[in-house]
Structure formats: C-alpha cells, structure tokens
Design a binder for this molecule. Structure first.
Ligand SMILES: Cc1ncc(C[n+]2csc(CCOP(=O)(O)OP(=O)(O)O)c2C)c(N)n1
Ligand SMILES: [Mg+2]
Length: 1029
C-alpha cells in the first residue's frame, strides 16, 4: 500500500510531533511556487496547526490531542461529571468499567490489548480522513495536481502511532449512537487494513468531500452516512447504459459542431462532457424528490450543449443560429424592427422546457438568458426561483429550485458569488438551497489558478456558509452522477446550498479559435494525449463485460444520424415569433401592440378603507412614541384628506394595489424604516420582539407575503439582480428595489447596463421593476447627492430628433422605449406613478429619482382628492386621474399667457426652491415654472402645450446638478425637437441655468453648496435675459 510505505518513511520524522497536532485549526503556511507541470486544482497548501489550550467543556468530536485526552481520562476516572457529556459517553463506550468487557459485550473476540490511546488515535485517523481525505482523492483527470506532494500528515497511520505490524490487528471501533456512516457500522471490530481500505475508498477515490466545516452535527452525520456506507456507491447495468447514452450525446454534440462549424466560437464543453449526464441525473433525482421547476443560470461554457441535450432546445434551431446567412432578427420582408428585439449571441439565449424524467415525472426547466458578464445572472435566478415559490405557494421551497453553473475562474473571482451565497439564508431571499455546479477546467481564459485565486480550491468561498462541497474527477462519469444526485438529495433534505466541483480540463482554447499552447504549453501537451471521458467509460464498460461494442456503436449511430438530420433541417429553419410570454403573461402586449392607457385614481371609499387600515396600530402594540406619533399624524391626514406626505402616498399606492389583488414587494438596505426614517413600514414593539406591519392587514386573511418589505444584505449588485429576477416571473406584482442613496446603485451597474436597460431588447423578456434612487442636492457632499440621473437618461433608447406619435389613443411612446426615468415631485403623482406600473398591459422598468428632503417638505403634500377617481377633483383632468408626466405652473395661468417673459422647465425638488425664490420679490411674477416629472420618455405633447401657453417666453432649462450631469444633455435635443415643431426656434433658444461642469457630483463644502444654490436660483429669476450658452 503506497500510502503506508510513504507514511512509514515520514513517521520517524514525525515521531516528535506526534500527539501534538490538532485537526481543526488550519493556516496557510506557504504559497508554493508551482512549476508549470505541477499546478491546477490547488494553488496553495494548508497544514495543521497546533490545537489551542484545552477546555474541559470540549466536545470529544472536536478534539485531537492525545495528551489532552490522557488528562481528560484521568479527570473522568476521578469524577465522571467533570468532563463534557460527550466525553463521558466516549469513555463509557470505549472503556466502560472494563475495556475488554465492553468488547465482550459487543460479542466480539479480540486478540491482544487495545489501549484507550490506540482507540482514540484510531478515531482521530478516521476523522482525519473525513476532514482531509479530499486532499488525497484522485480528482485531477490530467494528474497535474500539486496536492499529491502535500497530503496532510494526519492521513498517515504512522502519524497516529500505528506501524506496519498493526495492519492486520483487529481494533474495536466502539458503538457510536451519535455518529453515523463508517462508525455506525455493526462491525465494531475491524483490522486496521480494512479500516484503511474503507476510508480510502470512501474519501480518496474520484470524489473529494469537504463537509466537516459544517457546524451542524446532524448534517455531517447525514453526509457521513451517504459517503461512508457502501450501498450508495454503485450503479447497476441499466443505470450505466443510461449514463453512457447521455455521455455519448454530450460528446458527439460537441464533436459534430467541431466538424461542421470549425471556425465558429461555441465555447465547447470538450474535457467537461460529464456535466451533461451529471445535470440530467441531478434533475431526475430532484424530480423524484418532489421538485417541479428548476431555474438555471449558466455561463458560456457548454451552454449550447446544455440547451440541446438538457433543455431539448430544437437542435435544428441551435444549428441555424450558427448560420450567418439566416435572416434572424429581420422581419418577414427583411426589415429591422419587428418584436424580435436586437437579439443576442447564441450562447447567451435562454429557453424553457417541460422535461420528462427517468422516474416518469415531468419537470419544468427554465434557463435564464444572461449577458457575457460572468456570474451576473446568479441572483436573477434566485429571485425568479423565490417568485415561483411565492406563486406556487411552495412554502417549504421543495418544488422550485435554483441551479447555478459556474466556471472555476469566475466562482473564485467574481464578488457577486459571495453576495449570492449571502442571500441563501435570509428569510425574504432564501430559496431553499441552490445547487452550484462548477465546471472546473482549471483555467480561466489564459489564466491558471496560480494567478487567479488566493484560496486552495476555487470553491472555498462557499465554506464560509456551511455549504458542503463535493469535488469530483470529471473523467469519472459515475462519480459525477453520484455527487450530482447527492447534491439534489442534500438540497431537498436540508433546504440549503451545496457545491459540486467537477474537476475537468478544457480540451481546446478558451474558444475554438484560440491557441492554448501560447500560454499553457505543458498542460496542453498532457491534454493532447488524454482520452475523453467517453473513451474512458466505454473502455471500462467493455472490460467489465456489461456493454458490448455493438451496443456502443448502435448508440453512436443513432446520435450521429439525429444530429445529421437536424443539421439538414436547420437550413430551412424559420425562427418562430418568440415564445416571449410565459403563462402568467398571457394577454400582455409587445411594443408593437397598442396598450390602452388607464386611469389610476381609486374609488374614494376604497381609498378611505385602505387609508384606515394602514394607519391603524393594534392597541397592544407598544410602538416607539415618535413612530406612534407619525402613525397618528397619518391617520389624521386620511381623515381630513389634508397634507398627505410622501410616505403615506407610497403606502396608499401599495395598499390599493394589494386590494386589487397584486403582490407588492420592496427590498433594499434599510427599506423597512427607510434610510431617511420616513417609511416606518414595520413597527417594533418597544417591550418585546413583536413586529407589526400595517400593510400586511389591508384585506381579510391577507397572505403573509402578499406585501413584503424587507431590509436586505448590504449588497447592491446581488440584491438588485434578485429583485429583477423576481419581477420577471409574474406581471401582477409591483417589485421594487431601493438604493440607500442613489450613488450606491453604481455598485449594481452591470444589472442596469446588461439586464434592466437592454433585457427586453436582447431577450424579449419584460419586467416592470421599480428602482428607487434617492437623489437631490442638499449639501451632503459628493456622495449623497446624485444618483447619476444622466447615466440612466443616456441609456434610454428614445430617438431625440423626431417627434413620436403623441395622440393619446395611438401613443406607444413608453412601450417602445427601453425604460422610464421619472423624478416625481408630489406624493399623489408618485402614487399614480407606482399604480401605473401595474395598470397597463405591458411592463417596463421604472427608474425613480426619489426625494430626500421632500419627504418632509411642508409644500410637498397632496390632498386625498388627488388620489381618487372623482370627476371634478384636483387630480382629475381631461382623461381622468392618472400620473402627470408634466406638472404645469401652479399659479393659475390660463391657456395663453402672453405676458410671461420666461418659462422655466425643471425636474425634481429644485422646483420648490425655484418657486420659493420666485415668491421672494415682485420682479419674478412673470416667470412660469413647469415640472417635467417624466424625463424619459420625454413628454413632447405636454411641453408643446406649455410652449404654446407662453408664446413670448424665453425657454430655460434649470437644474441643480452640474451641467455635465443631470437631465440637461438628454433634454436639450428633445426640447429642441419640440420647439422646432412649434416654430419656437431650436437649440440656441434653450437657455441653461444650473451648476457649471464638474468632475465630482457635488461640492464637499456646505457653504459652497449654499452659495452655488443661491447663485443659480437668483440667475433663474434675473430680470435680464439669460445669456447661457
Ligand atoms: C465579468 C467578466 N469579466 C471578464 C469576462 C471575459 N471572460 C469571458 S470567459 C472568461 C474566463 C472564465 O473562466 P472560467 O470561469 O474558469 O470559465 P471557463 O471559460 O474556463 O469555462 C473571461 C475572463 C467576462 N465574460 N465577464
Ligand atoms: Mg475555467
């Protein structure tokens, strides 16, 4: 036994150290300077460090020091109650009144004496395998693995004091009620040799298990049982043939494309083909265990193979997407612009499929479309999964599951993986466990692990979350299948995350046109000679006699002929008008189908009932007195109809949407109270742990999640992605993410750039997600002023130089635009804005520059009559009560005001400052101030209405942001287009008032802020014409 000889050699060196080493505390001692031939799955080495001082309360399972044990034994002999109960059990079990008597009681005869020290060392040896066996496992198909040189000493029996002469001695293992697996076997006596064989088999084969970091012994025991009990480890011939068939499909698919589409990028799976049988086994097992829906996110590598072989996307369609001459993306007459979107490359597209499973079930699979940005889709998948769980009333989260496939480089390197894992156990974000599969080809583009990570395994990040990790040699398809099944079992059993790390290789370059020898010459020389996993498996089955060559050939021929047939069909494949509507979306309109504009006012009686429900606190609730006062004030607002503020306006929008049967969900950092202490959506009893959320009590027997408000982890990228995924499941929900301050949304920039602004265009998937970004200049410095409005406007795809159709019955302006950007200035308008998101037949993302100081501004109030649908009430205009895209001047101007000398167009809270400035003297009474509430898409019709109202007015755009920021550069061409169209001049006639250009969003000096503010407000009101630009 190779292990033993090597162990004997080092045992002498270790003699002095023996009994001093702990198993649990590890430190990185050395970052090995790896040679090019010695690298890959490990980049750094760990080594046991001496255990800390003893504590008599220590659990025996955590201990590893035999001197310590001797002390404990002495202590126990003197007084059994002086040690932890587990130690007491240990000594009783192993020693009893008489050690040999214990063995006799177990009905076994043992030759020779076994000291308690030997028993303990044996247990430590077993435990060493459980903890460190993975380091010795045969994980690397290329055998380049460095860790062969760095196997921890404690896996060597000599380290524990055993010698070759002990090999055939029988040892009593004890009977451990509290443990499982190996130690629970009913053969408490075994030779050391057979103990070692069992340990090697369980822990050092093609699978390396990491699970002893999990701090829940019942979970460890469950895994131990699965890992160490032999009956779990074999497949019968039938299962083997299924695996073979699946592996042939996976392999031939790539080979076929390699021949047919030689020079095309497809990010093939070659070297990692066992992923496909692995995924299929996982899905089958999950279905057997009750899973009905699986949402999958995955990157480029092997995606086409997964689409074709797991999701059963028609192969003809996949092949046709390679055809550069195919007219995908063009309409019937070759025109651009049908609702085919702008499209995406083939290895980003999603799909869904109802897949029959081995056990005769059906399972619905959805693969989310995703951008090139590695790992960006992770939390989107989780959000969608969580939404499915809500709509399917899947309370124990066992019917809907998320699966994420990762690359080794990305799993280790992309921070959003950590953010994703961190959502796994949060009450309002948990999805009952995600299965992570890492296609670990030991390279990322051209970067190998030495440069790509500081951790030992690429999966180490998951250990921080008590996630078990199964490393598996990707050449061993049965081992891959086994851990994939085990992962599904774990997930269904514990509703927690799990990682499968398939260690494989990449047969070719990063893509098929890359040359890997430039950067990985030695590795690729090995790969060149390395047989495929299919060849290895076929050989194994042939040698075992379980499968004949004829059977193998038959499968190959079948697969090849189907591939050829589908390839021939792909030439005439016509891309169907996409299946963009999933079941919940039936009746929703594409941008080409006109959606009626609806009013959003609410029946006064309903409004009143909702108002009362959301301002009532139960008598036994001891809320903080300031919060109580806020609620009393809100109740007064409802009863009097006067002075409704922002928070109440928002709550009324939520409450009325709930009454209409919609799901409402708001998440983000500190959203429950609100960063600015204005929302107080959840009340906390000051005397106990009780909480009360008034919006949970709007309708009788309201589902407890129908209204969800939740503080999130301190993440932007991850949480925004989650809400985006959530919003895509069902359109009858108002899903919102609020940034703490708008500035921080740039931490989620990938979500804005790749998903929210362009998702519908690329992938034909709509979302009505609302993003609230606190924005406004009130002297808080460069980081708490700006949500970078300009970026959101710049990403709008509305064409600025031609007036769109604005006639109300024909208007599709919002439908045709990629998103809406709004800066509302009254609680009532905000109320209608939120309700409008739902009261339409399409969904569109909404970016809101939300207020800070307007939350308490004395003039930023609305009357309850502005929320209702009563004709003649303030909010009711020609079309009824709805969101106002532009709010006209409030000083009672008639349809034409010839004497107005200046029309100031502005947006956001600067309106109130301009209005106040205008009121200071008499020389500005002839200035009109209009608020552009909806910046994108631009309200051309209403702006023109105001231009006509003030035929002689100088036109000014005023903003508080620096000139190179804010809305100015977006407004300018659109306002010019509106002006030209009414004969009011163009660019030169648009004057600018605001801050000058600046690198930082705002000054850090309060006095400078005030001065800047005063200066531009005065300039806006000056009597002489504005000269700028
Ligand atoms: C966020 C991000 N950064 C960089 C890239 C460019 N890129 C594409 S694939 C790749 C390597 C990924 O390595 P790994 O995760 O190991 O997956 P593999 O290609 O090896 O399957 C890189 C760097 C990207 N797509 N996304
Ligand atoms: Mg890789």
């Amino acid at each position: 036994m190779g292990w033993f000889r090597a162990g004997c050699m080092i045992s002498r060196k270790l003699a002095a150290k023996r009994n001093l080493c702990g198993l649990h505390i590890f430190r990185r001692v050395q970052a090995f300077p790896l040679s090019a031939t010695r690298r890959n799955i490990h980049s750094t080495i760990t080594k046991p460090e001496q255990a800390n001082a003893t504590r008599t309360t220590d659990n025996f399972l955590d201990s590893a020091n035999s001197i310590y044990i001797e002390e404990l034994q002495r202590s126990w002999e003197a007084d059994p109650s002086s040690v932890d109960e587990s130690w007491d059990n240990f000594f009783r079990n192993l020693v009893g009144q008489n050690h040999v008597k214990g063995m006799a009681a177990a009905g076994v005869g043992v030759s020779g004496q076994q000291s308690i020290q030997e028993s303990m060392r044996l247990l430590l040896l077993v435990k060493a395998y459980q903890v460190n066996g993975h380091t010795k496992a045969n994980l690397d198909p290329l055998n380049l693995d460095l860790h062969k040189d760095a196997i921890p000493e404690d896996l060597d029996p000599a380290f524990h004091g055993f010698t070759e002469s002990d090999l055939d001695r029988e040892f009593y293992l004890g009977v451990w009620d509290t443990s499982s697996g190996f130690l629970s076997g009913n053969r408490p006596v075994m030779t050391l040799r057979s103990i070692m064989n069992r340990l090697e088999q369980a822990y050092c084969g093609s699978i390396g298990y990491e699970y002893m970091h999990i701090d829940d012994s019942s979970k460890c025991n469950w895994l131990r049982n699965k890992i160490e009990t032999q009956e779990h480890t074999t497949y019968d011939v039938q299962r083997r043939k299924v695996l073979l068939d699946r592996l042939i499909w996976s392999t031939r698919f790539e080979n076929f494309l390699a021949v047919k589409k030689k020079a095309e990028k497809r990010f093939g799976l070659e070297g990692g083909e066992t992923l496909i049988p692995g995924m299929k086994e996982m899905f089958d097992k999950a279905a057997d265990l009750g899973v009905e829906n699986i949402v999958v996110g995955m990157p480029h590598r092997g995606r086409l193979n997964v689409l074709g072989n797991v999701f059963r996307k028609p192969l003809a369609q996949i092949f046709s997407e390679f055809d550069k001459k195919a007219k995908h993306g063009l309409g019937e007459n070759g025109e651009v612009g049908d609702y085919m979107g702008t499209g995406d490359v083939k290895y980003h597209l999603g799909t869904s499929y109802d897949r029959p499973t081995r056990g005769g079930n059906r399972i619905h699979l959805s693969l989310m479309a995703n951008p090139s940005h590695l790992e960006a889709v992770d939390t989107v998948v989780l959000g969608k999964t969580r939404a499915k769980q809500y709509y399917f009333k899947d309370c124990d989260r066992t019917k809907n599951m998320g699966v994420l496939i990762h690359g080794d480089g990305s799993f280790a390197g992309q921070g959003v993986v950590y953010e994703t894992l961190h959502l796994s156990a949060l009450p309002k974000y948990c999805t009952g466990g995600t299965i992570h599969v890492v296609v670990n080809n030991q390279v990322a583009f051209t970067t190998d692990p030495r440069s790509g990570r500081s951790s030992q395994y690429c999966t180490d990040v998951a250990k921080a979350f008590n996630v078990p990790i199964f490393h598996v040699n990707g050449d061993d398809v049965e081992a891959v299948a086994r851990v994939c099944e085990l992962a599904a079992e774990w997930r269904q059993m514990f509703h927690a995350d799990v990682v499968v790390d398939i260690i494989c290789y990449r047969r070719f370059g990063h893509n098929e046109v890359d040359e890997p020898l430039f950067t990985q010459p030695k590795m690729y020389k090995v790969i060149e000679k390395h047989p495929s996993s299919l060849e290895i498996y076929q050989k194994k089955l042939l040698e075992s006699g379980e499968v004949t060559q004829e059977e193998i050939d038959r499968i190959h021929n079948k697969v090849e002929s189907i591939l050829n047939e589908e390839y021939a069909n792909s030439k005439d494949y016509v891309l169907k008008r996409t299946d963009w509507l999933s079941s919940h979306w039936a009746g929703f309109k594409s941008p080409q189908q006109l959606s009626r504009i609806r009013n959003t006012g609410v029946n006064p009686e309903v409004l009143m009932n909702v108002g009362r429900a959301i301002t009532t606190i139960p008598d036994d609730m001891k809320a903080h007195k300031q919060v109580k006062r806020i609620y009393e004030e809100r109740a007064r607002m409802i009863e009097s109809g006067e002075g409704i503020d922002w928070a109440l306006g928002e709550a009324l929008a939520f409450g009325t949407l709930l009454v209409e049967g919609n799901h409402v969900r708001l998440s983000g950092q500190d959203v429950e109270r609100g960063t600015f202490s204005h929302r107080h959506a959840v009340l906390h009893d000051q005397e106990n742990w009780k909480e009360y959320c008034p919006l949970d009590h709007v309708i009788p027997d309201q589902d407890k999640e129908m209204f969800t408000v939740s503080n999130s982890s301190l993440s932007e990228f991850g949480v925004l992605g989650f809400e985006m995924g959530y919003s895509m499941e069902n359109p009858n929900s108002l899903v919102m993410w609020e940034a703490q301050f708008g500035d921080f949304s740039n931490g989620a920039q990938v979500m804005f750039d790749q998903f929210l602004s362009a998702g519908e265009s690329k992938w034909l998937r709509q979302t009505g997600l609302v993003v609230l970004l606190p924005h406004g200049y009130d002297g808080q410095g460069p980081e708490h002023s700006s949500a970078r409005l300009e970026r959101f406007l710049m990403m709008s795809d509305s064409y600025p130089y031609v007036m769109p159709e604005m006639e109300p019955t024909l208007r599709k302006q919002i439908q045709e635009c990629n998103w809406q950007v709004v800066n509302a200035t009254t609680p009532a308008n905000y109320f209608h804005l939120l309700r409008r998101q739902i009261h339409r037949e399409f969904r569109k993302p909404l970016i809101v520059m939300s207020p800070k100081n307007l939350l308490r501004h004395k003039l930023c109030k609305s009357h309850l009559s502005e929320f209702d649908d009563v004709q003649g009430h303030t909010g009711f205009d020609k079309q009824g009560t709805r969101f106002k895209r532009l709010i006209k001047d409030q000083t009672g101007h008639s349809d034409v005001e010839e004497s107005i000398r200046r029309l100031i167009l502005c947006s956001g809270k600067v309106y109130y400052e301009l209005d106040e400035e205008r009121g200071k003297g008499d020389n500005a009474k002839d200035i009109a101030i209009c608020r552009v509430e909806q910046l994108c898409p631009f309200p051309y019709d209403l702006v023109q209405r105001e231009l006509k109202r003030y035929p002689n007015a100088e036109v000014v755009w005023c903003q508080e942001e620096p000139m190179n920021m804010g809305a100015y550069s977006c407004i300018l061409p659109r306002l010019a287009t509106a002006m030209k169209d009414t004969g009011r001049g163009s660019y030169d006639e648009i004057k600018y008032v605001g801050r000058g250009a600046s690198a930082a969003t705002a000054t850090g000096f309060y006095q400078v802020h005030k001065q800047e503010q005063a200066e531009f407000l005065q300039r806006a009101m000056q009597t002489q014409p504005i000269q700028f630009p």
